[in-house]
Design a protein around this ligand. Sequence first.
Ligand SMILES: NC(=O)C1=CN([C@@H]2O[C@H](COP(=O)(O)OP(=O)(O)OC[C@H]3O[C@@H](n4cnc5c(N)ncnc54)[C@H](O)[C@@H]3O)[C@@H](O)[C@H]2O)C=CC1
Ligand SMILES: NCC(=O)COP(=O)(O)O
Length: 338
Amino acid sequence: MAPPPALALTLGEPAGIGPDITLAAWLTRQQRSLPAFFAIGDAAVLRRRAAALGLDVPVRACAPEEAAAVFASALPVVSAGPAVTAAPGHPDETSAPSARAAIDDAVALVKAGRATAVVTNPISKAVLYADGFAFPGHTEYLAHLAGTPAPRPVMMIWSPELAVIPATIHVPLADVPRLLTRELIIETARITAHDLRHRFGIEAPRLAICGLNPHAGEEGTLGREDEEVTRPAVEALRQEGIDARGPLPADTLFHAAARATYDAAIGAYHDQVLAPAKALAFDRAVNVTLGLPFVRTSPDHGTAFALAGTGRADPSSLIEALRLAHRLSARDAARSGR
Ligand SMILES: NC(=O)C1=CN([C@@H]2O[C@H](COP(=O)(O)OP(=O)(O)OC[C@H]3O[C@@H](n4cnc5c(N)ncnc54)[C@H](O)[C@@H]3O)[C@@H](O)[C@H]2O)C=CC1
Ligand SMILES: NCC(=O)COP(=O)(O)O
């Protein structure tokens, strides 16, 4: 019988904390009953980082199909990309090709049924942009790799306390009023409602849609976008049978009583909703890409270069990302009879 596939975990930016938290997560595998995963990248990076941190982690190169069996006794690594020369905290010219190759291979493996889901360690956007990477981040690149035509991806930061979705993602704040269209809000909410229902098992998801302006525009006196863009989008969603409310003032949407009234909050822009999510649950929140034909999760934080190789990087968010990827992909598999 074929061994069960494992989760594919990209190493991300090799000079960041991805290697540290990957090693630390593997060490908790029994205590936290972690699902089997294999890292994708340069195994030598993990061996060097384990030595630098004084961690007793055997690192074993293997094929994806061997990972589940290897996982109990060693950290399985599927080789991808160039030999990395970057030192902790200091990305170099091997960083971007390494990070990108791991993402490419992880998606190819999950599409071929050789991995159950994609979990990504943080990349440095600046390092990738400098190397010619033409996508804002993983979210859009994964959609590009998913197939043709590329699905519209939606970023959700999920924790038991709060789930949030930025409608516009990695764009300059000055461009948000132009980019925040009715169509964008409607599409984002549709994909969110669909995935909350089918992947998270929430029968009738309740969506709170944030206004763009203070006090959601104060009836149009503090900006017109909330009346002219967000309100019509919410009305259209309600006519489709989606339980959406808004535009709601964002400043009063994240206290405990308000959070109890919805399953996910859709914000106009990145910091409007990621800031409360990270303030509430920085060590537990998980970045999930909705709208893809496969499951992708990630820790909610970035490369934290200053912590790489110091032993001070907290693996909690990655551990939650691994657990959530396992839960969501098991649900996908059950739904499709795999
Ligand atoms: N999914 C991804 O690939 C993400 C990548 N990034 C990238 O990361 C780079 C750095 O971004 P920043 O805004 O500085 O965010 P960051 O999350 O790397 O760091 C923000 C603060 O949180 C701390 N921190 C982060 N992760 C931690 C952990 N596991 N344990 C303990 N402390 C932790 C850092 O030391 C720093 O003080 C950027 O290039 C950004 O694009 C940022 C977020 C997500
Ligand atoms: N701020 C969230 C973030 O940067 C994650 O982006 P992505 O690489 O998952 O698209």
